[in-house]
Design a protein around this ligand. Sequence first.
Ligand code: PMM
Length: 263
Amino acid sequence: MTLIMGIVNVTPDSFSDGGRYLDPDTAIAHARSLREQGADLLDVGGESTRPGARRVAPRVEQQRVLPVIEALASEGALVSIDTMNAATAAAAVDAGARLVNDVSGGLADPEMLAAVADLHVDIALGHWRGPSSEMYARADYTDVAREVADELHERVGAAVAAGINPSRIVVDPGIGFGKRGVQNWQTLRALPVFGARGHRVLVGTSRKRFLAETIGDDADLVRRDLATAVTSALAAGAGAWAVRVHDVPTTRDALAVARAWES
Ligand code: PMM
């Protein structure tokens, strides 16, 4: 059964919810409601990765996420830390996070993979071709699905070489990261390929630009969440382990319908 990862962005500048949950109490309350709505995991992040975003100092990132993680983990929630920084990952695990979600697949911080090996937690490795400020300049592919699969495989190899148990590794094709419009659809269509070596597959399409490009650039959040629920249900049908979403009820219902279809 595909899990729902609810997004808790404790940032001033994430592209669809920046600034809404910057205060820890507001972020905690939001995360609690995602959990009540059916989120199986809560992904807490303190640095925006939206196109063009500036990097945040690890100290600031940690100030944002640690109180939120501590509160949620102490209530028994399964928490992941969305970070590209090894020190933040370690502090977050110390505060109770059980999964490190690194959209850069360990590339942004050379210390990341060794740090996670020492922490003995799961890690999600995202497909990434450079920081937000320059990722679209690197979106050149001859065969995007094959290149994403090969580059992810290389990151898995680096993680294992750093001492991470292969069973702890989740792969994520990094929808929207270094991919333009149709390249995201070509990547999603190849989803079963990314998990072919036995790793769990995580997919994040929530509210992303390529969805708006499909349903209309003026689509509001309600329409983007509906589009997200459809891609999440299709991802579930293609074997995704988890889908990362902002709006839990729409995706929860879509996954229930997809399950009924399959059963
Ligand atoms: N996308 C964003 C942030 N973190 N993590 C994973 N594993 N996969 C993603 O696709 C992903 C991510 C950017 O989206 P947001 O700014 O709306 O949270």
